[in-house]
Design a protein. Sequence first.
Length: 429
Amino acid sequence: MNRNMRESGVDWIGKIPIDWEVHPLKHVLCERNEINNPVKVKDILSLTNNRGVIPYADKGDIGNRAKEDISGYKIVKENDIVINSMNLYIGSVGLSKYIGVVSPVYYMLYKRNDNDSIEYYAQLFQTKELQSKSHGYGNGILDIRMRIPMSNLNLFPLPVPPSSKQHKIISVLNDKVKRIDKLITIQERQLDVIFEYRRVLLTDIVTKGLDNYVPLIDTKIDWFGQIPSHWTVRKLKACLESKLQYGANSSGVSYDENLPRYIRITDITSDNELSHDNKLSLTLDQASGYYLKNGDVLFARSGATVGKSFIFKDEYGQSVFAGYLIKASVDYSLLIPEYLYYFTLSNSYLEWTRNIFIQATIQNIGASKYANMQLPLPPVNEQIRICKFIKNKEEKFKKIEKTIQAKIEKLNEYKKSLIYEYVTGKKEV
């Protein structure tokens, strides 16, 4: 069916149906700017890129921590569109199902016309075309901290179909998006299964070895139990060439290839790799005494990533480490660094960290606790054989994961393109 279309006059919107209009945001959406003073609402909400608006308690120990004094927070009501004024361009926007409060950095928007569909506008904000264009409306020195003033956002042009059409679009989109999300969930569950299988397999190997028929002895240590009878149990501090070391207590300087890179706790990714974003350096004077060498293992001692580990390699270039990290330099005659690193990826290590947290009032693992961590220790030649086996398995798992992640990315891209085509009138309902 041929439809009458016209130019919207806005590059990111393109052509729209002839009965649609284009208006600045302030003509269709209002800002809810209610400060929680005196405190009327106590439930803190959080905005996440992948889950939208959720209770702060459901977020887990990631991102910024909420303030204890929430009298300066803004009130969110059900069906408000919540926007992070500094991160809209990377998709930090969602529709709230809750009543709560958020940081003052957020904007809350609600519909002016009761007949309109707030879900339509929420989906509009999910399009990468709108998000990318919003970047030009921000003020700031750095791209990564570009705040969009509400006065600028109010002028942002939006496609506005008739109210009845908005509801039809959402009805069709909800059905199609639900189907796509179901396919994405299936792929994500496959990743979860692979992750759990990897961890179980790795745990079995670093506590029982590769030989199935060797006799076992009971160590009486809860987090790894039985080990081969020819293995020993040693504390980490007995397997090091020097004492565990805390990193530099410096803020760092802008990254400079002529200076050592400054590895911070935030530079270690969720999959224990080194991030290449937002790199910093230390001056030569600051770096003295904190240089890393090939095979050094770093432990995160506090914060959201407490317990996370990272193994340094020469290929990362000259580097030093920050104060929230602890460096372990192993004695190669007793322990190879790869074996220590793989142990920290096991369920046994996870159980050990949980046991530490139960005994402590805050989630913090200092050098003294790491030093006394007990390890199931095979002979060095067996450690080498175990690590070679694990590395080979890990490479195969990563290939499978990469294939699944590519499928998820394609499904997400398809979903975003579908949303854009419907909310800008390219597809008819």
